[in-house]
Design a protein around this ligand. Structure first.
Ligand SMILES: [Ca+2]
Length: 248
């Protein structure tokens, strides 16, 4: 989605009491309404079509489409064409159209429950770009650290990784239209703790880009059956990360 369309939009009588929120990212849309469950769409394709619409098409058998355009400052039209309407013949019969606006503040009751999912979606989309085909590992890992490093200390803590994990779990649940499994947060936290324990070579409680890159080097030399990092043979660079001298 174009930059100008991204972010939070609201529908309803006023910004004080919106009845729905539509949050747009580069390739996704989260819709939260007073009535009915929230829905999450991730667009497989985003294209410009006649009529000034930007058309996002989600995956799956139904391949639902969202056509969006901004008819003026702080205004957004959402068009949901019927399944049989061709992309070049919007809106077409049976289309559902709705109007949305920007609001000076985002109502916390509407947005707060989804803040982590939205953040994780934005991170995932940036990683899809930074880590896509042909991307350099360093660029991919650098982007990962930069995106998840909330405190800006250059490393990823258990809390930062767990936040991303919780958001990703909620995102998956929203996409599939199912509740987040009970115990998911605890499971995420346990998995993240194992990850940090296994890769935090300098013991500072955070994973740096170098430590993550070390993992990748080690994985390349490890059988698929794997094992914990503690059982891996020494790999070049590990001693330096531990604070020792490579010549020792
Ligand atoms: Ca560390």
């Amino acid at each position: 989605m174009p930059e100008a369309l991204r972010g939070a939009w609201f529908s309803g009588a006023s910004c004080d009491t919106p009845d729905s929120m539509l949050f747009l990212t580069a390739r996704g849309a989260l819709r939260v309404a007073d009535a009915g469950p929230p829905t999450m769409r991730r667009f497989v394709t985003v294209a410009t079509v006649p009529g000034g619409w930007t058309l996002g098409t989600a995956g799956g058998a139904e391949a639902p489409r969202f056509a969006l355009r901004s008819p003026g400052p702080d205004r957004l039209d959402l068009l949901e064409p019927a399944a049989k309407t061709r992309d070049d013949r919007l809106p077409g019969p049976g289309a559902v159209q709705s109007q949305w606006r920007r609001c000076p503040t985002i109502p916390p009751t509407m947005a707060a429950p989804y803040a982590e999912a939205i953040d994780s979606l934005v991170v995932l989309e940036s990683l899809e770009t930074a880590c896509g085909a042909g991307a350099a590992v360093a660029d991919c890992l650098g982007s990962l650290v930069a995106r998840l490093d909330i405190t800006g200390d250059g490393g990823l803590s258990v809390a930062e990784l767990a936040r991303f994990g919780r958001g990703a779990a909620q995102l998956a649940a929203l996409q599939s239209g199912t509740p987040v499994p009970s115990g998911a947060a605890d499971a995420t936290l346990a998995a993240v703790r194992r990850l940090v324990d296994g890769l935090d070579y300098d013991g500072d409680g955070r994973l740096s880009q170098a430590e993550l890159a070390q993992d990748r080097a080690a994985l390349g030399a490890t059988p698929a059956s794997g094992g914990s990092m503690a059982t891996l043979p020494p790999v070049p660079g590990l001693e330096m990360l531990r604070g020792g001298s490579p010549a020792r």
